[in-house]
Design a binder for this molecule. Sequence first.
Ligand SMILES: [Zn+2]
Length: 200
Amino acid sequence: MDPLIEGYRKFRSEIWPAERARYEALAHWGQSPEAMVIACSDSRVDPQTVFGAVPGELFVVRNVAALVPPYGPDTGLHGTSAALEFGVKVLKVARLVVLGHRECGGVRALAYGPPAQARDFIASWVEIGKPALRAAGQAPEPRLDRIEAEVVRLSLANLITFPWIAESVHAGKLELQGFLFDIHTGVLLSVGTDGVTPIE
Ligand SMILES: [Zn+2]
């Protein structure tokens, strides 16, 4: 049995009949999500599940460790920045959310190096997070939970380096928010400049 095809059949028989009108409207009118989420690729932290969203509500880009690189247009291949450009300039989302999480393998790779069998891309990608490593402090030893919060703060800071994001934020048209999802407890934590607070 192919679990993906089985899942698809379940979607068609159980979800599609109830959601058909929504999909048809989205296909006809196009998408106009209110929020864009930059999340980790981790299979345990699905933004649509965590935020209780339905199709059409969230424009999502996922990558290793939910990292946003600093603005730097060149001939390189910038998947996350391309998604940001579309979300902010074309879809004109009102909120940009960075969703990090506890037990993040990407943050672990940043702190301790990538897994030995995966050396082609991860090391240079998580380099983006180096300033977060410094901000979390090294003594007596780097604490992953502190680094996870600093990575979210760094991604939020890097968002502001995109001139059209800074412009929209300053014009009051775009709000930036950082969160961490705790897989152990299912609790969402708000990441502020001076601390991490559970959402009631
Ligand atoms: Zn992760």
